[in-house]
Design a protein around this ligand. Structure first.
Ligand code: F6P
Length: 408
């Protein structure tokens, strides 16, 4: 290039010379741009140049093709395939943590396949935070996550990890991320998992994105969590059966559903099974009022009834005994329990899992971390993870009033 510039000065008009110089500078800048972009492993359609790994050419400007190819050859000649892979491939980790929820597998599958399509290698950490602490992982590939979209639970397993509650435990997890040069970590879980993820984000440079999955639906920043719809449908199926026996025996049934300290599951399940009474932790109840409502129903000809109670309202066995005594009617308790956490995810849970995963990988590829993804008024949005952890999700109590009218 230097020789070319010197010759230009000798033989050309100064203006032509300036133009030539600019053109040469532009070419060099273009070459530098491609070397930089190539080492980051971004953009372009994938074409096999090397026998062992895929290097991506740039197809945006046709005039740049020759340069791009030259750049790729340069990189390939100067390094082993493993080195090239290290330079070109980025890493995403995925972990499922806390209580499992139907649809977690659909989310693992989607994260893996979307990340692969963007040229990421995917590490699946096993048994929740425990896997990050002990470096227990397996590489996930588009093939290894085949056939799991319809499975309940999580193929990566999960746990409630006490060690992760200490700063030391979080530090160990941060070291594991460092060891594998994990650029982004997708945390699939609920509130508790996101609190852990937020603590982890303070000790690592890895970009952390939360994907809300919990049957409790209590995560601030999303109208719905993965698994909630499935749990609602599971509970509804069970309660429909209980309704048959309640009518036959003219009994009152208390059906306890999960939800931890919140009433999201109970309110939707209660409304959709036509429960006569719904009890949620967000509203204090009086046994005398429940007895009065049941007596009014009895007077109207309703001799049986379903009370859907969230587990967070307290001792449902004691409540049943009190109602039986005061109302003078037979009361039975049915605790639905862990069946609500299992089963094949509904189409809705699978769809949410796929959309959330897509957004999570997109955020990481755009170098946006410390966030969660969520459904907000029909759109998939991102929200700061700290805000999500520190804000209580509001519950729509008007649903309880509507349920009362519908069950009258
Ligand atoms: O958070 C999901 C959930 O199923 C809650 O509804 C329930 O209170 C809790 O997990 C049970 O936790 P564990 O699996 O630790 O018994």
């Amino acid at each position: 290039m230097v020789l070319c510039v010197c010759l230009n000065f000798l033989f050309l008009h100064p203006l032509q010379c300036l133009l030539q110089l600019s053109w040469q500078i532009f070419n060099v800048a273009l070459l530098i741009f491609f070397v930089k972009a190539q080492t980051c492993g971004r953009a372009g359609a994938s074409v096999n140049i090397c026998r062992f790994c895929k290097i991506r050419p740039f197809e945006y400007f046709s005039s740049a093709r020759v340069l791009a190819t030259a750049t790729q050859m340069l990189i390939i000649e100067g390094a082993t395939c493993l080195e090239i892979e290290r330079v070109c491939l980025k890493n995403i980790g995925v972990v499922t943590s806390g209580g499992d929820a139907p649809g977690m597998n659909a989310a693992i599958r989607a994260v893996t396949r979307i990340a692969h399509s963007k040229n990421y290698r995917v590490y699946g950490f096993e048994r929740g935070w425990g896997g990050l602490i002990t470096n227990a992982f397996r590489e996930l590939t588009p093939r290894s996550v085949g056939g799991i979209i319809q499975l309940g639970g999580t193929v990566l397993h999960t746990s409630r990890c006490l060690e992760f509650e200490s700063e030391e435990g979080v530090g160990k997890a941060a070291k594991t991320l460092d060891l594998h040069s994990v650029d982004g970590l997708v945390v699939i879980g609920g509130n508790g998992s996101f609190k852990g993820a937020f603590e982890l984000s303070k000790q690592t440079n890895t970009l952390i994105v939360g994907v809300p999955a919990s049957i409790d639906n209590d995560v601030f920043g999303t109208d719905e969590t993965i698994g909630f719809d499935t749990a609602v449908n599971t509970a509804v199926d069970e309660i429909d059966k209980i309704r048959d026996t309640a009518i036959s025996h003219e009994r009152i049934f208390i059906v306890e559903v999960m939800g931890r300290t919140r009433g999201f599951l109970a309110s939707i399940v209660g409304l959709t099974v036509g429960a006569e009474i719904i009890l949620v932790p967000e509203v204090k109840f009086e046994t005398a009022k429940i007895v009065r409502r049941l007596e009014e129903n009895h007077a109207k000809g309703k001799k049986s009834g379903i009370i859907v109670a969230a587990e967070g309202v307290g001792d449902t066995r004691k409540l049943g005994a009190e109602i039986e005594k005061d109302a003078g009617t037979e009361v039975r308790l049915s605790v639905l329990g862990y069946a609500q956490r299992g089963g094949s995810p509904t189409a809705r849970s699978r769809l949410l899992a796929s959309l959330f995963a897509d957004k999570a990988v997109e955020l990481i590829s755009q170098e946006n971390g410390n966030s969660i993804v969520g459904l907000s008024n029909g759109r998939i949005e991102a929200l700061d993870i700290k805000t999500s952890c520190e804000t209580e999700k509001p519950i729509d109590l008007s649903l309880l009033d509507l349920a009362t009218v519908l069950a009258s």
